[in-house]
Write a protein that binds this ligand. Structure first.
Ligand code: ARG
Length: 487
């Protein structure tokens, strides 16, 4: 048992099982080792720990790193958490010197530093996956920028759009998720190390130096805030919750479109499941699971918000809860993004059916009303009413906009003379789509322009992602170099 010299009695086995954080700490072993290396290098540089002791500690950390990388390092429950496990390993190997490792710091600044280091990697991983997903959507957007399909409002046929337009709407959505996650990165990648328990320290530590060695971009200055705040975790959990909301909407749309009734798409076999009793079934289970994952990320966010809302200044053990939620959300989000990418890359789009649904209906009604305004100089309200009546009469006769001569006759009754050729042009879904040339409209020209510019912006995000990864890698190399100088 550790840290219990002031106690008379032992902690009970049940209490230790309840208290220990091994199940959420496992993922941070490498981060904790790196943190210890940077801290010890700094202690030696500042003259707080003699070089020969620093060498012993760093060499024990080397052994531990090798063991951990080979998967051979077993965390012991009686040592409470990853930090005490690492310290105990080092002390066993380095003897007395090991006891100097925990000078001028606390588990309070240590744990939140580890979490921030692990979290920044998770953010970059998700952003990378989102960039791939966005590229798949943009590829689809460019390929199908002239593929006409019904656009829906209230899930009723509204106006014709293109499949490419639809795809680029999701590309824009996920681009915002990328921005949101990268936006939170600077608040995550900031070092709390050196805050110690809550008030800083009287040892002459160099916080900026350890921050640099650990690849942080800045310092969390106020020591009390640095150890007590977890809003950076809440922010990430919110971003993930929003992202899964977007993914869930996309999933729902694909599930719906793959039904017999819609028949707009066929799901790829590789991302569909069968039924145990109905041999004919091909179920969109994968998309459904993505839709379901939103429930998990919302739950994790609400749990974390609730866990921290009553916490007083300074570290409280409730904070131990946040990590499990964080890692769980990242796990489910990352696989959801990857699976969604696979689904989109393999879906078969039923272009014919999409076009037929528009042609054999009334989706072009707004465009007809618009042309009455433009050609006949009619007020829009009047054009709306004339077109509405026309639709009513066509429905009564069991016709639609494809029946040009009927449309012509009915308009004539209203005193509107349009040639069949003109009408055919007006009610041509492809022409209606091409006419929506306003910024961000559904015309192929606009879809192409938006897709091109989003692609460029993705390159910028990718560059920023690579830069951040390199920054972390370089910091790792610098730490390693300094370790070798001392050991
Ligand atoms: N295992 C703890 C956690 O996960 C580490 C910090 C412990 N600090 C303390 N003052 N008890 O949060």
């Amino acid at each position: 048992m550790v840290l219990r010299d002031r106690f008379k009695g032992k902690i009970s086995a049940g209490a230790m099982e309840f208290l220990n954080s091994l199940r959420v700490d496992r993922e941070m072993i490498m981060e904790d080792i790196w943190l210890n290396q940077a801290h010890v290098i700094m202690l030696e540089r500042q003259g707080i720990v003699p070089r020969e002791d620093a060498a012993k500690i760093l060499s024990a950390l080397d052994d531990l790193k090798a063991e951990a990388m080979a998967g051979g390092f077993q965390l012991k429950e009686e040592l409470e958490d990853v930090h005490m496990n690492v310290e105990s390993y080092v002390t066993e190997k380095a003897g007395q010197a090991g006891g100097k490792m925990h000078t001028a710091r606390s588990r309070n600044d240590q744990v939140v530093t580890d979490v921030r280091m692990k979290l920044r990697g998770e953010i970059l991983e998700t952003v990378g996956l989102l960039i791939t997903l966005d590229r798949t959507l943009l590829k689809l957007a460019e390929k199908s920028k002239s593929t006409v399909m019904p656009g829906y409002t209230h899930l009723q046929h509204a106006q014709p759009i293109t499949l490419g337009f639809w795809a680029s709407s999701y590309a824009e959505m996920f681009f915002r998720d990328i921005e949101r996650m990268l936006g939170s990165y600077s608040r995550v990648n900031s070092s709390p190390l050196g805050a110690c328990a809550l008030s800083g320290t009287s040892f002459p530590i160099d916080r900026k130096f350890t921050a640099r060695l650990l690849g942080f971009d800045s310092l969390q200055e106020n020591a009390l805030d640095a150890v007590s705040s977890r809003d950076f975790i809440l922010e990430s959990l919110s971003s993930l919750a929003i992202l899964t909301s977007n993914l869930s909407r996309l999933s729902e749309e694909l599930v719906l479109w793959s039904t017999e009734e819609f028949s707009l798409i066929e799901m790829p076999d590789e991302f569909s499941a069968g039924s145990s009793i109905m041999p004919q079934k091909k179920n969109p289970d994968l998309a459904e699971l993505i839709r379901g994952s939103a429930g998990r990320t919302y739950g994790n966010l609400v749990q974390a918000l609730t866990a921290v809302k009553g916490i007083t200044s300074g570290y409280n053990r409730d904070l131990q809860e946040d990590r499990a939620l964080l890692w769980d959300s990242f796990r489910v989000v990352n696989s959801s993004v990857e699976i969604m990418n696979g689904i989109l890359a393999g879906v078969k789009w039923n272009d014919k059916r999409m076009f037929a649904l528009v042609e054999d209906g009334f989706s072009c009604a707004t465009e007809l009303a618009n042309s009455l305004v433009m050609k006949e100089g009619m007020p829009f309200r009047k054009a709306h009413s004339v077109t509405g009546k026309l639709v009513k009469s066509l429905i009564k006769e069991g016709k639609n906009f494809k029946d040009i001569s009927d449309v012509r006759k009915l308009l004539k009754k209203e005193g509107i003379e349009l040639s069949e050729k003109d009408l055919r042009n007006l009610l041509d879904p492809s022409k209606a789509v091409s006419a929506s040339r306003s910024i961000g409209g559904t015309s192929p020209a606009e879809v192409g322009r938006v897709a091109k510019s989003l692609k460029k912006e993705l390159l910028v995000k990718e560059k920023s992602l690579k830069g951040k990864r390199k920054g972390i890698e370089d910091a790792g190399k610098e730490t390693e170099k300094l370790v070798r100088e001392i050991v």
